[in-house]
Design a protein around this ligand. Structure first.
Ligand code: PHE
Length: 330
């Protein structure tokens, strides 16, 4: 019996105490074995023997209950300790993201023009023929529509191919003078090294009373803008054609990779085309009911600016979401 108490005391977990319980109190346990001896005890001694056993059993039970309570409390304490949250610890610092280079470039472009007193306008990506083409002096069956590989929906609506429809929407909604830029997403059926079906443009439009703005104003602000974005580059205006401007010019900067020497990026011309621009065609003003005004407009591709500013060689890498590229812009 001595060693039974010792066994109970020695149990160091609820699990080992449970084993001891079976050994001591179980049907085939030590106490049961002692009680079994009762039948061999001579009659007169039976009572005292049984009483002695009962006392011992009660003592062991009390010892067991105490040990059980101790171990249960210790187990609870250990669990609470293990699950405790130290609210004074520093929170794990979360990773900081970064603006995508296209959005960062867009912001830089917007910032320049906002500082130059341009307001920011936006328009819908799903457009109709009137705003995207017709009002921009691109009548149906005009060959210049081919320049614009359009995504059409069955109902005649389309994904805008440029931000120029925002020119129309703004002029229809407001009175001159107008001085806006329109940043946004545009879509064309095109996919290769230098074209993606979705890209971003920033449009510009200035409309004033007749004679107050000319090509000279356009030339001044775009030259200043390009110096702001690319630093000390040469800027050249090259005659071109857009249905909605007349005269029209494409604007080039001296190649920032070879500084005009000629390299693969500039196709050995020394120049990089970065903007379309021109004096607003009278037919555009006619389409929105404007009279006695003059103005200029321009449009640029944001991806192209981002690639040139960050010297990213492949346009498509801007759309792959590769974290290794994006992390360089933190
Ligand atoms: N909308 C023309 C394009 O997408 C760019 C442009 C805008 C040209 C405004 C002239 C004036 O190519």
């Amino acid at each position: 019996m001595e060693n039974l108490s010792a066994k109970i005391e020695a149990a160091d977990s609820l699990e080992s105490l449970e084993q001891v319980r079976v050994e001591v109190f179980g049907k085939k346990g030590a106490l049961a074995a002692e009680f079994a001896k009762l039948k061999d005890v001579p009659g007169p001694e039976k009572k005292a023997f049984a009483a002695g056993l009962n006392t011992q059993k009660a003592d062991l039970q009390a010892l067991f209950d105490r040990r059980h309570a101790e171990l249960a409390e210790a187990a609870l304490e250990a669990q609470l300790k293990a699950e405790a949250i130290d609210v004074t610890l520093y929170a794990q610092a979360s990773e900081r993201g970064a603006l995508h280079p296209v959005m960062e470039t867009m912001d830089a472009i917007i910032d320049y023009f906002v500082a130059m007193n341009f307001a920011v306008e936006t328009g819908p990506m799903v457009e109709d023929d009137f705003h995207n083409f017709e009002a921009l002096n691109l009548p149906k069956f005009h060959p210049a529509r081919d320049m614009q590989d359009t995504f059409y929906f069955g109902d005649g609506s389309l994904l805008r191919t440029h931000t120029s429809p925002v020119q129309i929407r703004t002029m229809l909604a407001q009175k001159p003078p107008i001085r806006i830029i329109a940043p946004g997403t545009v879509f064309r059926r095109d996919y290769d090294l230098t074209h993606t079906p979705m890209f971003h443009q920033v449009e510009g439009l200035v409309v004033e009373e007749e004679g107050k703005v000319s090509f000279a104003n356009l030339k001044y602000i775009l030259t200043d803008f390009l110096h702001h974005m690319f630093g000390d580059v040469d800027v050249r205006f090259r005659p071109s054609f857009f249905p909605f401007t007349e005269p029209s010019a494409e604007v080039d900067i001296s190649c920032i990779f070879c500084e005009g020497e000629g390299c693969r990026v500039c196709s050995h011309t020394g120049w990089l085309e970065v903007l379309g621009s021109g004096v607003v065609d009278p037919n555009v003003f006619k389409a929105v009911g404007y009279e006695g005004v003059s103005g200029y407009a321009f449009g640029l591709g944001v991806e192209r600016f981002a690639m040139l500013m960050h010297k990213i060689p492949d346009l498509r890498s801007l759309f792959e979401g590769d974290i290794r590229l994006l992390e360089q812009f933190k």
